[in-house]
Design a protein around this ligand. Structure first.
Ligand SMILES: [Zn+2]
Length: 432
């Protein structure tokens, strides 16, 4: 067993975890106050000083950091260590505004790679394994993080980066890869290529670590069946460190957060009130060991649930559910939280493609929810005389998922307007 299963840390008692968190948080807040003028100003505006923070219970007194702060402070405003002590940057794709540039000291890199190594060990990785890293390398954190983690475990590491499927399959078969790290959609694509090329009996994969995009339990089963492996989730974000902030274990029921490095909170995204464990809300992280880019109460916008219960793997660190959506995507209809991803899950389960449009309106002071669903050409040509039946069945499935009634209208293929190739998912007429 590798050193990177660290039972003294990963199975520590809650009291022990809290002791580490209290001590590290107090030190981190003092450090940030002394070294990050941008955050010190935010603390002063809230009337908080480092003396007010004696442990995790005082976290709620501190101001949040949001994406807007990252933009305002770009590029150096949230730097927590002298630039001369930083050895690397990583950056986000910048699909929603300015890129985030995160700085790492050598110590930050070491701790990040430790977290990724724990994730690899949790899926059964040892120094005997051949770990094929097919996440993108470069500014994106996926490749760099898993690459470092794989080295630490002692796996033979294949730094493939993403794309070039022919080469991926050649190395996978010739070198006998046993662990695959990539996005879930690329894993499915590889699985299909393996079947097409009749390579299934030459594949030695046993596990996959998949993240960096949303994926459902159905997709997990699909990947597991097609590749004959166990598929595990991993979570992270560049602002906090990268992949490995949380990872799945053999139980495959949520991801253990590395609580010796990160404190997680769940808040109500509207009121910012901290919610009790087990509540659904926005995930907030505080980095208690990061030096280069020490985020305090960073609002991830990911909606999920935290649970601390005995896990069959023995780990005691709190588990986060798979993110159920983004707080900026969330709709409130008749007082109920509705995420486009929930509707998408139902459509995929029922054999539809994920081309749909959600229309929310208010009629006689009451919210209405309608889902327009594009049929695939096959469904469309099959649907003659069955449309009402198909719609009724979707209404029932959506009711089970959402808890409220949604009117369903099946529409012809390619009839939902697209902008830049993507369907416009939500039309909220209540705001118009
Ligand atoms: Zn576990």
């Amino acid at each position: 067993m590798s050193n990177y299963y660290q039972p003294e840390i990963e199975t520590a008692s809650l009291e022990q975890i809290r002791e580490w968190q209290n001590e590290r948080l107090v030190k981190q807040i003092r450090h940030v106050w002394d070294n990050v003028p941008y955050y010190r100003k935010k603390m002063e505006e809230k009337g908080v000083t480092p003396d007010d923070v004696k442990g995790v219970d005082d976290l709620k007194k501190l101001p949040f950091i949001t994406k807007a702060d990252l933009r305002d402070a770009y590029p150096y405003g949230l730097l927590g260590a002298p630039l001369s002590d930083c050895v690397r940057i990583q950056s986000t794709s910048g699909t929603t505004g300015k890129r985030v540039v995160a700085f790492y000291t050598q110590n930050d890199i070491d701790l990040w790679e430790d977290c990724c190594a724990r994730a690899i060990v949790a899926v059964g990785g040892t120094k005997e394994d051949v770990c094929q890293v097919a996440y993108g390398y470069g500014l994106f954190t996926g490749g760099a993080g898993l690459n470092g983690g794989s080295h630490k475990v002692g796996c033979l590491t294949l730094p493939m980066s993403s794309g070039n499927t022919e080469r991926q399959l050649q190395f996978m078969t010739d070198l006998g890869s046993t662990i695959l790290c990539c996005t879930p959609s690329y894993a499915l694509y590889l699985a299909e290529s393996i079947h097409e090329q009749g390579l299934s009996d030459q594949i030695k994969l046993k596990a996959g670590i998949f993240g960096a995009e949303a994926w459902s339990e159905d997709m997990r089963r699909d990947i597991e069946n097609k590749l004959n492996i166990k598929a595990y989730d991993i979570y992270g974000l560049t602002e906090i460190t990268g992949p490995g902030v949380a990872f799945e274990c053999e139980a495959q029921s949520g991801m253990h957060i590395n609580e010796d490095h990160f404190i997680a909170e769940i808040i109500d995204p509207d009121t910012c009130e901290v919610l009790p464990e087990g509540s659904k809300g926005e995930l907030v992280f505080t980095c208690i060991t990061k030096e280069g880019f020490p985020m305090i109460r960073y609002r991830t916008r990911d909606i999920c649930v935290l649970t601390r219960e005995k896990c069959s793997c023995g780990r005691t660190h709190i588990k986060m559910s798979k993110p159920m959506g983004r707080s900026d995507d969330m709709l409130i209809v008749k007082g109920v939280n509705v995420f486009p991803s929930q509707i998408e899950t139902v459509l995929i389960q029922q054999g539809y493609a994920a081309n749909y449009q959600i229309v929310v309106d208010r009629v006689n002071h009451s919210d209405t929810l309608e889902v327009l669903v594009e049929m695939t050409p096959e469904l469309f040509s099959d649907s003659l005389g069955k449309i009402t039946e198909m719609e009724k069945s979707l209404v029932a499935e959506l009711k089970t998922m959402l808890g409220i009634y949604a009117k369903v209208k099946l529409v012809a293929p390619k009839s939902i307007a697209r902008s830049e190739g993507k369907a416009v998912r939500v039309i909220d007429k209540r705001k118009i």
